[in-house]
Design a protein around this ligand. Structure first.
Ligand code: HEM
Length: 399
Protein backbone atom coordinates (compact mmCIF):
# COMPACT_ATOMS: atom_id res chain seq x y z
CA UNK A 1 0.00 0.00 0.00
CA UNK A 2 1.38 3.43 -0.93
CA UNK A 3 2.00 5.77 1.98
CA UNK A 4 2.37 9.53 1.93
CA UNK A 5 4.38 11.46 4.52
CA UNK A 6 2.27 12.13 7.62
CA UNK A 7 -0.53 9.87 6.50
CA UNK A 8 -1.08 6.63 8.42
CA UNK A 9 0.00 3.49 6.57
CA UNK A 10 -3.51 2.02 6.58
CA UNK A 11 -4.91 4.93 4.52
CA UNK A 12 -4.84 4.06 0.78
CA UNK A 13 -3.37 6.92 -1.26
CA UNK A 14 -6.40 7.13 -3.56
CA UNK A 15 -8.52 8.09 -0.53
CA UNK A 16 -6.47 11.13 0.43
CA UNK A 17 -7.97 14.60 -0.01
CA UNK A 18 -7.33 18.03 1.46
CA UNK A 19 -10.68 19.18 2.81
CA UNK A 20 -10.97 21.54 5.75
CA UNK A 21 -14.29 20.81 7.46
CA UNK A 22 -14.26 24.29 8.99
CA UNK A 23 -13.77 26.02 5.65
CA UNK A 24 -14.98 23.85 2.76
CA UNK A 25 -14.44 25.52 -0.63
CA UNK A 26 -17.10 28.17 -1.26
CA UNK A 27 -18.81 27.73 2.11
CA UNK A 28 -19.52 31.46 2.53
CA UNK A 29 -21.76 31.32 -0.55
CA UNK A 30 -23.46 27.95 -0.12
CA UNK A 31 -22.71 25.55 2.72
CA UNK A 32 -24.44 22.55 1.09
CA UNK A 33 -22.77 22.98 -2.30
CA UNK A 34 -19.43 23.21 -0.50
CA UNK A 35 -19.99 19.81 1.10
CA UNK A 36 -21.29 18.31 -2.14
CA UNK A 37 -17.92 19.05 -3.73
CA UNK A 38 -16.51 16.20 -1.62
CA UNK A 39 -18.63 13.56 -3.29
CA UNK A 40 -16.64 11.29 -5.57
CA UNK A 41 -15.96 7.65 -6.40
CA UNK A 42 -15.29 6.66 -2.79
CA UNK A 43 -17.70 6.45 0.14
CA UNK A 44 -15.00 7.29 2.64
CA UNK A 45 -11.98 9.59 2.27
CA UNK A 46 -9.10 10.72 4.46
CA UNK A 47 -8.46 14.44 4.71
CA UNK A 48 -5.01 15.73 5.60
CA UNK A 49 -6.51 18.93 7.06
CA UNK A 50 -6.98 19.47 10.81
CA UNK A 51 -4.52 16.79 11.85
CA UNK A 52 -5.92 14.11 9.51
CA UNK A 53 -9.21 12.21 9.82
CA UNK A 54 -11.73 10.20 7.81
CA UNK A 55 -14.86 11.75 6.29
CA UNK A 56 -17.77 9.60 5.14
CA UNK A 57 -18.92 11.00 1.79
CA UNK A 58 -21.63 8.45 1.02
CA UNK A 59 -25.05 9.02 2.62
CA UNK A 60 -25.80 5.43 3.64
CA UNK A 61 -22.31 4.95 5.12
CA UNK A 62 -22.68 8.23 7.02
CA UNK A 63 -25.95 7.12 8.57
CA UNK A 64 -24.74 3.60 9.41
CA UNK A 65 -21.60 4.86 11.13
CA UNK A 66 -23.57 7.55 13.01
CA UNK A 67 -25.90 4.87 14.39
CA UNK A 68 -23.02 2.65 15.56
CA UNK A 69 -22.42 3.66 19.17
CA UNK A 70 -20.64 0.39 19.97
CA UNK A 71 -17.60 0.77 17.71
CA UNK A 72 -17.66 4.56 17.38
CA UNK A 73 -17.30 6.65 20.52
CA UNK A 74 -18.65 10.18 21.04
CA UNK A 75 -16.05 11.07 23.61
CA UNK A 76 -13.73 13.26 21.57
CA UNK A 77 -16.57 15.60 20.42
CA UNK A 78 -14.65 17.22 17.57
CA UNK A 79 -11.60 16.90 15.35
CA UNK A 80 -10.26 19.97 17.16
CA UNK A 81 -7.78 18.58 19.70
CA UNK A 82 -8.76 19.24 23.31
CA UNK A 83 -12.29 20.49 22.65
CA UNK A 84 -13.82 17.29 24.01
CA UNK A 85 -11.95 17.60 27.31
CA UNK A 86 -12.96 21.26 27.63
CA UNK A 87 -16.68 20.74 27.06
CA UNK A 88 -17.15 17.26 28.56
CA UNK A 89 -20.87 17.37 27.72
CA UNK A 90 -23.47 15.12 29.33
CA UNK A 91 -25.06 13.22 27.59
CA UNK A 92 -23.53 14.14 24.21
CA UNK A 93 -20.02 12.83 24.91
CA UNK A 94 -20.95 9.74 26.87
CA UNK A 95 -20.89 6.24 25.45
CA UNK A 96 -23.11 3.31 26.34
CA UNK A 97 -23.71 2.01 28.96
CA UNK A 98 -22.83 5.18 30.97
CA UNK A 99 -24.84 7.35 28.55
CA UNK A 100 -28.22 5.68 29.06
CA UNK A 101 -29.36 6.83 32.54
CA UNK A 102 -28.27 10.42 31.88
CA UNK A 103 -30.00 10.50 28.51
CA UNK A 104 -33.18 9.03 30.03
CA UNK A 105 -33.22 11.83 32.61
CA UNK A 106 -32.76 14.51 29.94
CA UNK A 107 -35.46 12.92 27.74
CA UNK A 108 -37.92 13.04 30.64
CA UNK A 109 -37.27 16.75 30.97
CA UNK A 110 -38.18 17.25 27.30
CA UNK A 111 -41.39 15.15 27.36
CA UNK A 112 -44.13 16.22 24.94
CA UNK A 113 -46.32 17.95 27.50
CA UNK A 114 -43.49 20.37 28.35
CA UNK A 115 -42.86 21.14 24.69
CA UNK A 116 -46.58 21.85 24.21
CA UNK A 117 -46.55 24.08 27.28
CA UNK A 118 -43.80 26.19 25.68
CA UNK A 119 -45.75 26.90 22.51
CA UNK A 120 -47.55 30.06 23.71
CA UNK A 121 -44.23 31.66 24.62
CA UNK A 122 -42.69 30.82 21.23
CA UNK A 123 -45.80 32.26 19.58
CA UNK A 124 -45.68 35.42 21.65
CA UNK A 125 -41.98 36.09 21.07
CA UNK A 126 -42.24 35.26 17.33
CA UNK A 127 -45.26 37.49 16.80
CA UNK A 128 -43.80 40.40 18.81
CA UNK A 129 -40.52 40.25 16.92
CA UNK A 130 -42.27 39.99 13.54
CA UNK A 131 -44.68 42.78 14.38
CA UNK A 132 -41.79 45.02 15.34
CA UNK A 133 -40.00 44.29 12.06
CA UNK A 134 -43.01 44.45 9.70
CA UNK A 135 -43.16 48.30 9.33
CA UNK A 136 -39.42 48.46 8.59
CA UNK A 137 -39.77 46.83 5.16
CA UNK A 138 -36.78 44.57 5.76
CA UNK A 139 -34.26 43.25 8.28
CA UNK A 140 -31.05 41.37 8.84
CA UNK A 141 -32.86 38.22 9.85
CA UNK A 142 -30.09 36.48 11.81
CA UNK A 143 -29.45 39.25 14.34
CA UNK A 144 -32.96 40.72 14.40
CA UNK A 145 -34.93 37.49 14.70
CA UNK A 146 -33.10 34.13 14.57
CA UNK A 147 -30.66 34.84 17.40
CA UNK A 148 -33.32 36.20 19.72
CA UNK A 149 -36.05 33.56 19.78
CA UNK A 150 -34.00 30.54 21.03
CA UNK A 151 -32.54 32.63 23.88
CA UNK A 152 -36.04 33.46 25.14
CA UNK A 153 -37.01 29.81 24.86
CA UNK A 154 -33.94 28.62 26.74
CA UNK A 155 -34.33 31.15 29.56
CA UNK A 156 -38.00 30.31 29.98
CA UNK A 157 -37.25 26.58 29.95
CA UNK A 158 -34.78 26.94 32.80
CA UNK A 159 -37.08 29.25 34.75
CA UNK A 160 -35.04 32.45 34.45
CA UNK A 161 -36.62 35.85 33.72
CA UNK A 162 -36.16 36.74 30.06
CA UNK A 163 -34.61 40.09 31.09
CA UNK A 164 -31.50 37.93 31.52
CA UNK A 165 -31.24 37.71 27.75
CA UNK A 166 -28.77 40.59 27.63
CA UNK A 167 -26.33 38.41 29.60
CA UNK A 168 -26.81 35.40 27.39
CA UNK A 169 -26.87 37.16 24.04
CA UNK A 170 -23.10 37.79 23.77
CA UNK A 171 -22.49 34.14 24.62
CA UNK A 172 -25.01 33.04 22.02
CA UNK A 173 -23.33 35.26 19.46
CA UNK A 174 -19.91 33.79 20.23
CA UNK A 175 -21.39 30.37 19.66
CA UNK A 176 -23.10 31.25 16.41
CA UNK A 177 -20.58 33.70 15.01
CA UNK A 178 -17.28 33.24 16.85
CA UNK A 179 -15.16 36.33 16.20
CA UNK A 180 -11.98 34.90 17.68
CA UNK A 181 -12.16 37.15 20.74
CA UNK A 182 -12.81 34.19 23.08
CA UNK A 183 -11.03 30.86 23.32
CA UNK A 184 -13.19 27.76 23.81
CA UNK A 185 -12.01 27.58 27.42
CA UNK A 186 -13.16 31.17 27.99
CA UNK A 187 -16.44 30.43 26.29
CA UNK A 188 -17.03 27.36 28.46
CA UNK A 189 -16.05 29.26 31.61
CA UNK A 190 -18.38 32.13 30.74
CA UNK A 191 -21.25 29.68 30.16
CA UNK A 192 -20.50 27.88 33.42
CA UNK A 193 -20.28 31.15 35.37
CA UNK A 194 -23.65 32.20 33.97
CA UNK A 195 -25.28 28.83 34.70
CA UNK A 196 -23.72 28.04 38.10
CA UNK A 197 -26.17 29.84 40.41
CA UNK A 198 -29.14 28.25 38.62
CA UNK A 199 -27.58 24.78 38.64
CA UNK A 200 -26.88 25.03 42.38
CA UNK A 201 -30.34 26.42 43.15
CA UNK A 202 -32.13 23.73 41.12
CA UNK A 203 -30.10 20.95 42.75
CA UNK A 204 -30.82 22.23 46.25
CA UNK A 205 -34.37 23.38 45.79
CA UNK A 206 -35.98 21.90 42.67
CA UNK A 207 -38.85 23.72 40.98
CA UNK A 208 -40.77 22.79 37.83
CA UNK A 209 -38.34 24.16 35.23
CA UNK A 210 -36.33 22.00 32.80
CA UNK A 211 -33.11 21.79 34.85
CA UNK A 212 -35.09 20.84 37.98
CA UNK A 213 -37.08 18.18 36.14
CA UNK A 214 -33.93 16.58 34.73
CA UNK A 215 -31.87 16.86 37.91
CA UNK A 216 -34.61 15.29 40.02
CA UNK A 217 -34.38 12.04 38.03
CA UNK A 218 -31.90 9.82 39.93
CA UNK A 219 -28.94 8.34 38.09
CA UNK A 220 -29.03 4.62 38.87
CA UNK A 221 -30.50 5.33 42.28
CA UNK A 222 -28.26 8.23 43.30
CA UNK A 223 -28.44 12.01 43.01
CA UNK A 224 -26.64 14.00 40.29
CA UNK A 225 -23.32 15.49 41.43
CA UNK A 226 -22.78 19.22 40.88
CA UNK A 227 -20.13 18.45 38.25
CA UNK A 228 -22.50 16.21 36.28
CA UNK A 229 -25.31 18.76 36.56
CA UNK A 230 -23.03 21.46 35.23
CA UNK A 231 -21.91 19.35 32.27
CA UNK A 232 -25.53 18.58 31.40
CA UNK A 233 -26.73 22.19 31.66
CA UNK A 234 -23.76 23.28 29.56
CA UNK A 235 -24.75 20.71 26.93
CA UNK A 236 -28.29 22.10 26.77
CA UNK A 237 -27.05 25.67 26.46
CA UNK A 238 -24.54 24.85 23.73
CA UNK A 239 -26.88 22.39 21.97
CA UNK A 240 -30.06 24.41 21.88
CA UNK A 241 -29.06 27.89 20.77
CA UNK A 242 -27.01 28.02 17.60
CA UNK A 243 -28.69 24.96 16.09
CA UNK A 244 -32.09 26.65 16.27
CA UNK A 245 -30.62 29.97 15.08
CA UNK A 246 -29.25 28.16 12.02
CA UNK A 247 -32.53 26.39 11.33
CA UNK A 248 -34.61 29.59 11.47
CA UNK A 249 -32.18 31.32 9.13
CA UNK A 250 -32.29 28.50 6.59
CA UNK A 251 -36.09 28.44 6.59
CA UNK A 252 -36.29 32.20 6.03
CA UNK A 253 -33.66 32.01 3.28
CA UNK A 254 -35.50 29.26 1.42
CA UNK A 255 -38.82 31.08 1.50
CA UNK A 256 -37.19 34.36 0.48
CA UNK A 257 -35.65 32.62 -2.53
CA UNK A 258 -38.77 30.63 -3.40
CA UNK A 259 -41.88 32.84 -3.57
CA UNK A 260 -43.99 29.93 -4.85
CA UNK A 261 -43.32 27.96 -1.64
CA UNK A 262 -44.10 31.06 0.40
CA UNK A 263 -47.42 31.41 -1.45
CA UNK A 264 -48.24 27.74 -0.88
CA UNK A 265 -47.83 28.08 2.87
CA UNK A 266 -49.76 31.34 3.01
CA UNK A 267 -52.65 29.71 1.12
CA UNK A 268 -52.75 26.52 3.15
CA UNK A 269 -51.49 26.69 6.69
CA UNK A 270 -52.08 22.96 7.21
CA UNK A 271 -48.98 22.41 5.02
CA UNK A 272 -46.73 24.14 7.56
CA UNK A 273 -45.81 21.11 9.75
CA UNK A 274 -44.75 19.00 6.77
CA UNK A 275 -43.00 22.02 5.23
CA UNK A 276 -41.03 22.37 8.46
CA UNK A 277 -40.01 18.70 8.30
CA UNK A 278 -38.97 18.94 4.66
CA UNK A 279 -36.99 22.17 5.20
CA UNK A 280 -35.22 20.50 8.13
CA UNK A 281 -34.24 17.63 5.81
CA UNK A 282 -33.17 19.89 2.94
CA UNK A 283 -31.04 22.26 5.04
CA UNK A 284 -29.12 20.18 7.60
CA UNK A 285 -26.31 21.99 9.41
CA UNK A 286 -24.84 19.63 12.00
CA UNK A 287 -21.83 17.37 11.56
CA UNK A 288 -20.35 15.14 14.24
CA UNK A 289 -17.02 13.53 15.04
CA UNK A 290 -16.64 9.98 16.28
CA UNK A 291 -13.49 8.26 17.46
CA UNK A 292 -13.18 4.60 16.64
CA UNK A 293 -12.84 2.18 19.54
CA UNK A 294 -12.52 -0.84 17.21
CA UNK A 295 -11.32 -1.48 13.68
CA UNK A 296 -14.19 -0.89 11.26
CA UNK A 297 -14.32 -2.25 7.72
CA UNK A 298 -16.30 -0.15 5.32
CA UNK A 299 -16.26 0.69 1.61
CA UNK A 300 -13.38 -1.74 1.00
CA UNK A 301 -11.01 -0.25 3.57
CA UNK A 302 -10.25 -0.69 7.26
CA UNK A 303 -10.46 2.30 9.56
CA UNK A 304 -8.36 1.65 12.64
CA UNK A 305 -9.16 1.79 16.32
CA UNK A 306 -8.21 5.34 17.42
CA UNK A 307 -8.97 7.02 14.08
CA UNK A 308 -11.40 9.94 13.91
CA UNK A 309 -14.28 9.98 11.44
CA UNK A 310 -16.38 13.00 10.53
CA UNK A 311 -20.05 12.51 9.65
CA UNK A 312 -22.04 15.24 7.95
CA UNK A 313 -25.82 15.30 7.78
CA UNK A 314 -25.48 17.36 4.57
CA UNK A 315 -23.78 14.44 2.84
CA UNK A 316 -26.50 12.05 3.95
CA UNK A 317 -29.66 14.13 3.44
CA UNK A 318 -28.55 15.40 0.04
CA UNK A 319 -27.36 12.06 -1.33
CA UNK A 320 -29.53 11.07 -4.36
CA UNK A 321 -29.15 7.40 -3.36
CA UNK A 322 -30.83 8.18 -0.02
CA UNK A 323 -33.52 10.69 -1.07
CA UNK A 324 -35.07 11.19 -4.53
CA UNK A 325 -34.03 14.47 -6.13
CA UNK A 326 -32.70 15.52 -2.72
CA UNK A 327 -32.07 19.19 -3.45
CA UNK A 328 -35.68 19.78 -4.42
CA UNK A 329 -37.92 21.00 -1.62
CA UNK A 330 -41.14 19.04 -1.82
CA UNK A 331 -43.64 19.68 0.94
CA UNK A 332 -45.44 16.46 -0.03
CA UNK A 333 -42.33 14.30 0.39
CA UNK A 334 -42.96 11.32 2.65
CA UNK A 335 -40.59 11.72 5.59
CA UNK A 336 -42.17 9.14 7.89
CA UNK A 337 -40.46 7.39 9.51
CA UNK A 338 -37.74 10.03 9.85
CA UNK A 339 -34.69 8.81 7.93
CA UNK A 340 -32.75 12.04 7.59
CA UNK A 341 -29.94 12.88 9.98
CA UNK A 342 -30.56 16.58 10.60
CA UNK A 343 -31.20 15.62 14.24
CA UNK A 344 -28.74 12.73 14.21
CA UNK A 345 -29.58 9.04 14.44
CA UNK A 346 -29.24 6.31 17.04
CA UNK A 347 -28.31 6.58 20.69
CA UNK A 348 -27.56 10.32 20.63
CA UNK A 349 -30.44 11.49 18.43
CA UNK A 350 -31.35 15.03 19.47
CA UNK A 351 -33.35 15.23 22.70
CA UNK A 352 -34.51 18.73 21.69
CA UNK A 353 -35.94 17.59 18.32
CA UNK A 354 -39.58 18.00 19.42
CA UNK A 355 -38.88 21.44 20.83
CA UNK A 356 -37.01 22.54 17.70
CA UNK A 357 -39.85 21.29 15.48
CA UNK A 358 -42.41 23.20 17.52
CA UNK A 359 -40.25 26.35 17.28
CA UNK A 360 -39.98 25.87 13.50
CA UNK A 361 -43.71 25.46 12.96
CA UNK A 362 -44.69 28.30 15.27
CA UNK A 363 -42.15 30.64 13.71
CA UNK A 364 -43.48 29.91 10.20
CA UNK A 365 -47.08 30.50 11.29
CA UNK A 366 -46.39 33.79 13.04
CA UNK A 367 -43.92 35.13 10.50
CA UNK A 368 -46.12 34.42 7.47
CA UNK A 369 -49.09 36.02 9.25
CA UNK A 370 -47.24 39.26 9.90
CA UNK A 371 -44.68 39.77 7.15
CA UNK A 372 -45.86 40.34 3.57
CA UNK A 373 -44.17 38.54 0.67
CA UNK A 374 -40.45 38.79 1.35
CA UNK A 375 -37.30 38.21 -0.68
CA UNK A 376 -33.52 38.50 -0.40
CA UNK A 377 -32.73 42.24 -0.24
CA UNK A 378 -31.50 43.52 -3.59
CA UNK A 379 -27.76 43.63 -3.99
CA UNK A 380 -27.16 41.28 -1.04
CA UNK A 381 -26.35 37.57 -0.80
CA UNK A 382 -26.84 35.25 2.15
CA UNK A 383 -23.47 34.52 3.80
CA UNK A 384 -22.58 31.33 5.67
CA UNK A 385 -19.94 30.07 8.02
CA UNK A 386 -18.97 26.40 8.21
CA UNK A 387 -18.19 24.35 11.30
CA UNK A 388 -19.74 21.58 13.36
CA UNK A 389 -22.93 23.65 13.37
CA UNK A 390 -22.97 25.72 10.20
CA UNK A 391 -25.16 28.81 10.01
CA UNK A 392 -25.98 31.85 7.99
CA UNK A 393 -24.14 34.85 9.33
CA UNK A 394 -25.91 37.43 7.21
CA UNK A 395 -29.38 37.22 5.69
CA UNK A 396 -30.89 40.49 4.51
CA UNK A 397 -34.56 40.33 3.68
CA UNK A 398 -36.87 42.95 2.23
CA UNK A 399 -40.62 43.15 1.72
C1 HEM B 1 -32.81 22.60 14.76
C2 HEM B 1 -32.27 22.50 15.94
C3 HEM B 1 -31.39 21.35 16.36
C4 HEM B 1 -30.58 20.55 15.61
C5 HEM B 1 -30.35 20.60 14.10
C6 HEM B 1 -29.96 19.61 16.52
C7 HEM B 1 -29.10 18.58 16.12
C8 HEM B 1 -28.62 17.60 16.95
C9 HEM B 1 -27.86 16.46 16.52
C10 HEM B 1 -27.45 16.18 15.09
C11 HEM B 1 -27.59 15.71 17.61
C12 HEM B 1 -26.82 14.39 17.65
C13 HEM B 1 -25.38 14.62 17.97
C14 HEM B 1 -24.55 13.36 17.89
O1 HEM B 1 -24.99 12.34 17.35
O2 HEM B 1 -23.40 13.41 18.34
C15 HEM B 1 -28.15 16.40 18.76
C16 HEM B 1 -28.06 15.95 20.07
C17 HEM B 1 -28.47 16.72 21.15
N1 HEM B 1 -29.20 17.88 21.11
FE1 HEM B 1 -29.88 18.82 19.46
N2 HEM B 1 -30.36 19.87 17.78
C18 HEM B 1 -31.25 20.93 17.75
C19 HEM B 1 -31.91 21.49 18.82
C20 HEM B 1 -31.67 21.18 20.14
C21 HEM B 1 -32.30 21.82 21.27
C22 HEM B 1 -33.36 22.92 21.16
C23 HEM B 1 -31.77 21.26 22.39
C24 HEM B 1 -32.03 21.57 23.85
C25 HEM B 1 -32.37 22.71 24.34
C26 HEM B 1 -30.83 20.25 21.97
C27 HEM B 1 -30.08 19.46 22.80
C28 HEM B 1 -29.38 18.33 22.40
C29 HEM B 1 -28.74 17.40 23.33
C30 HEM B 1 -28.70 17.51 24.83
C31 HEM B 1 -28.17 16.39 22.53
C32 HEM B 1 -27.38 15.19 23.03
C33 HEM B 1 -28.26 13.94 23.11
C34 HEM B 1 -27.48 12.71 23.52
O3 HEM B 1 -26.26 12.71 23.45
O4 HEM B 1 -28.10 11.73 23.94
N3 HEM B 1 -30.80 20.22 20.60
N4 HEM B 1 -28.79 17.54 18.32
Amino acid sequence: MATIAGIPAHVPSDRVVDFDIFAPPGVEEDYWAAWKSLRGPHGIVWTTANGGHWIATDGAITRDLWADAERLSSESLAVTPGLGEVMDFIPLQQDPPEHKPFRMAVMKGFANQYVTAMEPLVREVSSELAEGLAPKGGCEFMSEFAEILPIHVFLTLIGVPTEDRTKLRPLGQQLTRPDGSMTVVELRDAADAYLEPYVRARLENPGTDLFSRILSVPIEGRAWTFGEAQRMCRNLLFGGLDTVVAMLGNFAMHLAQNPADQALLREDRTLIPQAADELMRRYPTVSVTRNLVADVEVDGITMKDGDLVYLSSALHNLDPDCFDDPERVDFARNLQPVRHTTMGVGAHRCVGAGLARMEAITFLEEWLDRIPEFRIAEGTKPRFRGGNVAALTDLRLSW
